[in-house]
Write a new protein. Structure first.
Length: 455
């Protein structure tokens, strides 16, 4: 639901926009969407990994907004490294009445700018922090209304979660890396795969996360179309929302075990060819083949090593905390991010950026699976060390547990190599029919009759 928390005069809003872009001719054409998260809502389920999942959820939301904007002719881009204290002031969650308590605090996450295709709106290379702070105080500094609901009667304070949040936030008092924007103007080609089965509205409104798979194979063409959707070069929307500033930093390591006419084993989809050399240098555990797969051309998918289908499905299950759903599908994949590049380009917020990018990838995979009659599901639990060992980045975790010297040696080696890390995992297959979500008419079945007139 929408809640009006503050009224802003048009001239005040225009002043804020012109502080970001002094040359814009029509500031009122810009729309800002700010995302915030109550990380405590993730802590009860994920514990110390909660912030990762809060960030991944924001990535899903960014993808959703970008796709919706494209459908009505709008471009979008993230306002990169916008100071977090400024963001929280804009949306009013820094106000005393905006916080139930410190643990249930709403954390401002990211600011997204929407504007008509062809707009002259241009974000700055460097923020004028003093002026921007003064304008934000003037425009957004007071008169917010509304109180947040209390989520829990009691709380457990996960200090490590708060430490990660504080370490990855960029504030107005911190050094902020310069950002060189190169706005991408792309045609609206959402789900522009070789075959389009459903219209985008139907896809969006019927998308569900699979609760189980039936163990049936999928075709190589279906596999190819799912992979097609996550490569920015072939399917720019929604990925372009990130790449006016920084190239793709997340690649997919794919476990294939039930795709017809495709050999079972480990593959990698290289979304950014500039990272191919670094991936070669980092994947040292096994003698990977690195063979470009001709049957999947023009996709940049490399075959790394053959593994029998039954064994591959077991490995996929094991790295997903032994969840059977991971082996009942046709393939699974781990999203692997380049932390070193993210930190060098964006500073501490690079950690958040990688998770936003991963959540965005997952979002388009869900939609593409729906378009193809398949199902996808995010792995709520997966083991980083097992996955990273299997993908070739780190030693066997069981060996490290038995030797303190090996642990120290491994740490020293990791400091010298590009730091690729596992961020998020998904599985894809033929979904089990979920009777909890029968086909429904969006307006008639989801809304009471007296509410439909407001749609």
């Amino acid at each position: 639901s929408l809640e009006l928390r503050k009224q802003i005069k048009e001239e005040e809003f225009d002043l804020f926009v012109k502080t970001l872009d002094p040359t814009i001719k029509n500031p009122s054409e810009v729309i800002f969407v700010a995302f915030a998260s109550v990380v405590w809502r993730e802590v009860w389920k994920y514990g110390e990994r909660a912030y990762k999942y809060a960030l991944l959820d924001i990535g899903h939301a960014i993808g959703s907004i970008r796709i919706s904007a494209a459908r009505i002719g709008l471009d979008a881009q993230i306002v990169t490294n916008f100071p977090r204290d400024f963001l929280e002031a804009i949306i009013g969650v820094n106000q005393p009445f905006g916080v139930v308590n410190d643990i249930e605090k709403q954390h401002g996450m990211v600011l997204l700018a929407l504007y008509p295709q062809g707009s002259d709106f241009q974000l700055p290379e460097k923020y004028n922090i003093p002026k921007l702070g003064d304008v934000i105080q003037r425009v957004f500094g007071s008169n917010f209304v509304g109180y947040p609901n209390r989520i829990s009667k009691t709380h457990v304070d996960w200090e490590i979660v708060r430490s990660v949040i504080d370490a990855s936030r960029v504030l107005s008092t911190d050094p902020i890396p310069s950002i060189i924007y190169s706005p991408i103007r792309l045609e609206n080609n959402f789900l522009s795969t070789p075959t389009k089965i459903l219209d985008s509205e139907t896809i969006i409104r019927t998308r569900r996360s699979a609760v189980d798979f039936i163990g049936a194979p999928i075709t190589i063409e279906q596999f190819k179309q799912v992979m097609w959707a996550v490569v920015p070069h072939f399917s720019p929307i929604p990925h372009d929302v990130f790449f006016s500033v920084i190239p793709p930093l997340v690649n997919l390591f794919v476990n294939v075990y039930n795709v017809t006419n495709l050999q079972a084993g480990l593959y990698v989809l290289v979304r950014n060819p500039e990272l191919l050399s670094s991936l070669h240098q980092s994947c040292t555990n096994f003698a990977f083949e690195w063979t470009l797969v001709a049957s999947l051309s023009p996709l940049p998918i490399y075959f790394l090593r053959p593994i029998a289908d039954t064994e591959m499905s077991k490995i996929s299950c094991h790295m997903s905390c032994d969840q059977n759903i991971a082996k009942q599908g046709a393939f699974s994949f781990g999203m692997v991010g380049d932390l070193q590049s993210a930190f060098s380009k964006l500073g501490p917020s690079g950690y958040e950026h990688l998770h936003f990018e991963s959540g965005n990838i997952a979002h388009i995979v869900y939609l593409q699976c729906t378009a193809l009659g398949l199902g996808g599901t995010g792995m709520g639990c997966y083991t980083d060390d097992i996955a990273e060992h299997f993908f070739g980045f780190s030693p066997d975790p069981h060996e490290l547990e038995q030797s303190e010297q090996k642990r120290d040696e491994n740490l020293a080696q990791q400091m010298q190599k590009p730091t690729f890390r596992s961020l998020y995992h998904m599985a894809v297959g033929v979904p089990f029919k979920d009777d909890r979500y029968p086909g429904f008419n969006y307006e008639e079945d989801l809304f009471d009759k007296d509410l439909r007139e407001y749609l």
